[in-house]
Write a protein that binds this ligand. Structure first.
Ligand SMILES: [Zn+2]
Ligand SMILES: [Zn+2]
Length: 553
């Protein structure tokens, strides 16, 4: 049996939403198939200076010889965003459907200095054999064109890796979820379903993109002055809905933001905006009458450098809004971005601009399946095993419970790094492989376990004191002590200068040392460090980091 043993493991995306990376292994000397390679976005206050979080792939680097390929389910950043940084370390064949491949290439070209990364293009509903894996792409509806579930046939049985999906019978672009194909797969027999859990806590079914388009058309049609709409740049359905709404209202669409321009170009090249009118660049905005323009903007997540945040701060060179204009958030804040989005909304409200969000209008729906849709998937596929993926602990638990109630024989909740054997008698965690996170810090990748970012967080919380002393061989201070404070209040509650407090502490600590000890630079440094920290902590109730340099002269 071990000869054809099939295992599944995740290096990201289980127990969290983001940085999806799953692997499947077959055989005694395992051959591996990688599915997706995504990032998570860092919330600024927890990880100062870190933009992205990537899965730690040291295990895959070790196993590189045994990797048969990497398949992308779709083009969202949480599924392909880590490739530009990580692919060079793996150098394995990459496969994606046309829109995903084109979007990836456009992303890569936008990154200065990114390496050339070849992508093999697989047609929609295509098939691919990589080592012991026969992979079939099955179209599913989602919030980006060309999301694919993968049917992975192996000598030990078939796995359905759902990727991100939902049921939408009337999307504006792209395919509907291929229920017939999924049912046929179920008839053939499916060993395991690895499934999207994002919305497992939400009852019922997702509304359709067509319903959202209707609402947007009404809101654009009744807008008294200028309208701006922001959505996820990759949401081509929504871009189409906005374009249709603008056309019906006699407005020109002006595209604001590079990420949006990039996706629009890719969508036009791949046919997903066929029949949609031409859009204009931001330079046209100022020439159009308020009731003849609609600005389609990036920045739905409150990103400070994106178009909408700059408009809200009145800092955009071409696009301005004023009292009486209407801004539609055709999006929802990804967890962690709520504060940033609120900041943008407050900036706009303060200028008298009307804000419309999904709190009051159906201007956004999620791209993930709610509970009735999850039940449909289980009904089509009828797996022996179900493993919830793509979710935080709560989502996984709810998906698992739903699957048990839907009479799936074996349901297993696992964690990143668990190696799960998938067999007809059930799923079992048999091993653990190294997993973790990397931070994209400037142009470097640093291990999340390294002290770099933790020290930076400490610095941001309590600042730093630097002390420089010059010590003679005989143990006498020979010059004035230098004290520098960064990020520490200038004075204490009584108005005394903190730098003087530190300087006094240095002198007192030095004087308190027995004379022979004063000749030992290390002992002096340590005594001074403790004294300075204690003296400042006494006034401030916070302990700064303290560095002492003892120069011997
Ligand atoms: Zn997605
Ligand atoms: Zn996703």
């Amino acid at each position: 049996m071990a000869q054809n043993e099939l295992v599944f493991a995740s290096l990201g995306g289980i127990g969290e939403i983001g940085m999806n990376l799953s692997i499947y292994g077959v055989g005694r000397r395992r051959q591996w198939l990688i599915v997706d390679c995504g990032v998570s976005f860092a919330a600024e206050e927890h990880l100062p200076g870190v933009d992205l979080i990537l899965p730690d792939i040291r295990y895959l680097i070790e196993e590189r010889k045994n990797i048969v390929g990497l398949v992308l389910t779709h083009g969202h950043e949480d599924h392909m965003g880590a490739l530009i940084d990580l692919w060079p370390r793996l150098n394995v064949p990459l496969y994606a459907t046309p829109f995903t491949a084109a979007l990836f290439e456009a992303r890569r070209l936008s990154e200065p200095g990114a390496p050339k990364i070849p992508v093999n293009v697989v047609p929609l509903r295509g098939r691919l054999t990589l080592g012991p894996f026969a992979i079939e792409f099955i179209s599913v509806a989602h919030s980006i064109p060309e999301s694919n579930a993968l049917a992975i046939r192996t000598p030990a049985g078939t796995v359905l890796h759902t990727g991100d999906w939902k049921i939408d019978l009337t999307p504006l672009v792209g395919a509907v979820t291929d229920a017939a194909r999924l049912s046929a797969l179920g008839d053939e027999g499916v060993l395991a379903l690895i499934g999207d859990s994002t919305n497992a806590i939400r009852d019922g079914r997702s509304p359709s993109e067509a319903d959202v388009a209707k609402t947007i058309a009404e809101l654009v049609g009744t807008a008294p002055a200028r309208v701006a709409v922001t959505t996820f740049a990759s949401h081509v359905d929504r871009i189409r809905a906005v374009a249709d709404a603008a056309r019906a209202a006699g407005r020109e669409v002006v595209v604001v933001g590079r990420a949006m321009e990039r996706v629009i170009q890719v969508a036009r090249e791949t046919g997903y905006l066929d029949g949609v009118q031409d859009f204009r660049g931001a330079e046209s905005y100022g020439y159009l009458a308020p009731d003849k323009v609609l600005a389609l903007c990036t920045g739905s997540q409150g990103e400070p450098r994106a178009a909408l945040a700059r408009i809200a701060e009145d800092e955009h060179p071409q696009v301005t809004l004023a009292k009486g204009d209407r801004v539609i958030f055709s999006s929802r804040a990804i967890p962690g971005n709520e504060k940033a989005v609120a900041r943008v909304i407050n900036g706009l409200v303060a200028q008298g601009i009307e804000i419309i969000t999904d709190r009051t209008h159906l201007v956004h729906v999620s791209g993930h399946p709610r509970r009735d849709e999850l039940r449909d998937m289980i009904g089509w596929v009828r797996p022996k095993i179900l493993i919830p993926a793509h979710g935080e602990a709560l989502h996984l638990a709810e998906h698992a419970e739903l699957a048990r109630r839907a009479a799936v024989p074996h349901v297993l909740v696992c964690r990143n790094g668990d190696v799960v054997r998938l067999a007809s008698n059930g799923a079992q965690i048999i091993d653990e492989i190294p997993s973790g996170r990397l931070y994209k810090d400037g142009s470097l990748l640093v291990d999340a376990e390294a002290r770099t970012v933790a020290s930076r967080r400490r610095l941001s919380f309590s600042g730093i004191v630097t002390v420089a002393l010059a010590l003679s061989e005989k143990g006498v201070l020979v010059a004035d002590t230098e004290v520098e404070l960064v990020g520490i209040p200038e004075t204490d509650a009584g108005g005394a200068l903190m730098s003087e407090i530190a300087r006094d502490a240095v002198e007192e600590a030095f004087e308190a040392m027995p004379k022979p000890r004063r000749r030992d630079p290390d002992a002096v440094g340590e005594a001074v460090r403790r004294a300075v920290r204690a003296a400042i902590a006494e006034r401030w109730n916070k302990k700064p980091i303290c560095h002492v340099h003892v120069l011997t002269v």
